[in-house]
Design a binder for this molecule. Structure first.
Ligand code: ATP
Length: 346
């Protein structure tokens, strides 16, 4: 069991910082997901941990062992990590068993390959070549190959990207269970927010080469440090504020009693925090349904408030759909007040 500790890591390509002052701690045995848009530097970060890229500055530690600092960069084969690159990266000329046993010592090979084939449920496909496997089977082989060397840390680069939704969910659960069983510290990079939130103990939100916030799924989703972060973990409503005659700050759906020198800003609400009802109740406001998007398990309603016609409200409702376009209903907000000042104009 080994923790992963990255401190102020910076990587340059062509004089441009791709990863910049990035710090994160992944405790021993934890599964961390780095979530960020395409091109933000996720793979570069992962490859730096693997030792495939030499950072410009910063440190990387596996437990107590320093593996990367400006005066020393341990080569990949000395780091004892399992790496699952994008699209699996299997050797096309080797069969499943040979792929899995590639990094394993000769005297252990037969036993380890056998154990791994069992673990990922591919015993009957041991002699197939990668091109004879489905996408899901290839991912399993890539994972088995990464785990076969009994790594201290496993790095996964968008491992489920090529799979359809059902297989993706199934395999993701299998992989997480497998890593947990073996108490392996893991870091996965992904641009799929659901994948990150569902699977990881720690979610790190990456933008422009930096990790802006990290913590448990629940914490980063519920307590984002900025509207930008809130958007990256789920749907949001960004409501503008006004100051009323009594100098309280008001926004559609509610009012905050923040008098004094407080800047006007934005309120971040999640659509599932909007409660809708066909009947009025305390503090609810009347609205008209302008659009319904039906997803089966839930639905998203667009609403226009009678008392705040400039602001369109989105509500996500679970259960059977009882509302239609043009219908009048009553809404209120039931959730935390996430208040952010607007960025100062320079
Ligand atoms: P994706 O999700 O699309 O895989 P990413 O977040 O993993 O993207 P990276 O692959 O790390 O992003 O790339 C970040 C930036 O660094 C991109 O602008 C890319 O073009 C650039 N880059 C990556 N590798 C190199 C390289 N070897 N030389 C120069 N620039 C590179």
């Amino acid at each position: 069991m080994t923790s992963l500790e990255v401190h102020e890591l910076t990587v340059h390509f062509d004089g441009r910082p791709i990863v910049e002052n990035l710090s994160i701690v992944v405790p021993s045995g934890a599964f961390a997901a780095v979530l960020g848009p395409s091109g933000c530097g996720k793979t570069t970060f992962l490859r730096s941990i693997a030792g495939l890229i030499t950072p410009s500055s910063g440190t990387i530690r596996f437990g107590k062992q320093l593996v990367s600092i400006s005066s020393l960069v341990l080569p990949p084969n000395k780091r004892h990590i399992g790496y699952v690159p994008q699209e699996g990266g299997l050797f096309p000329h080797l069969n499943v068993a040979e792929n899995i046993g590639f990094g394993v010592s000769k005297n252990e090979k037969i036993d380890v390959v056998d154990e791994m084939l069992d673990l990922v449920g591919l015993k009957n496909l041991a002699t197939r070549k990668p091109y004879q496997l489905s996408g899901g089977q290839q991912t399993r082989v890539a994972l088995a190959r990464a785990l076969a060397i009994k790594p201290q840390i496993v790095l996964l680069d968008e491992p489920f990207g090529a799979l359809d939704a059902a297989l993706r969910n199934e395999l993701r659960e299998e992989v997480c269970n497998l890593l947990k069983e073996r108490k392996t510290t893991a870091l996965m990079v992904t641009h799929d927010r659901e994948e990150a939130l569902v699977s990881a103990d720690i979610v790190a939100l990456m933008r422009h080469g930096q990790i802006l916030q990290y913590g448990s799924s629940r914490n980063v989703y519920s307590n984002p440090i900025s509207p930008e972060i809130a958007v990256s973990t789920g749907d949001v409503l960004l409501l503008k504020a006004e100051r009323d005659a009594s100098k309280s700050i008001r926004f559609a759906l509610s009012q905050i009693d923040l008098k004094g020198e407080i800047e006007l800003g934005q309120l971040v609400i999640r659509p599932e925090e909007i409660i809708v009802s066909p009947e009025p109740s305390a503090a609810s406001l009347s609205a008209i349904v302008t659009k319904v998007d039906y997803y089966g398990h839930d639905a998203v309603l667009q609403l226009l408030l009678d008392s705040w016609p400039d602001e369109e409200i989105t509500a996500r409702i679970a259960g059977p759909l009882g509302f239609s376009v043009g219908q009048k209903l009553w809404v209120k907000h039931a959730g935390p007040i996430r208040w952010f000042e607007l960025p100062h104009k320079k």
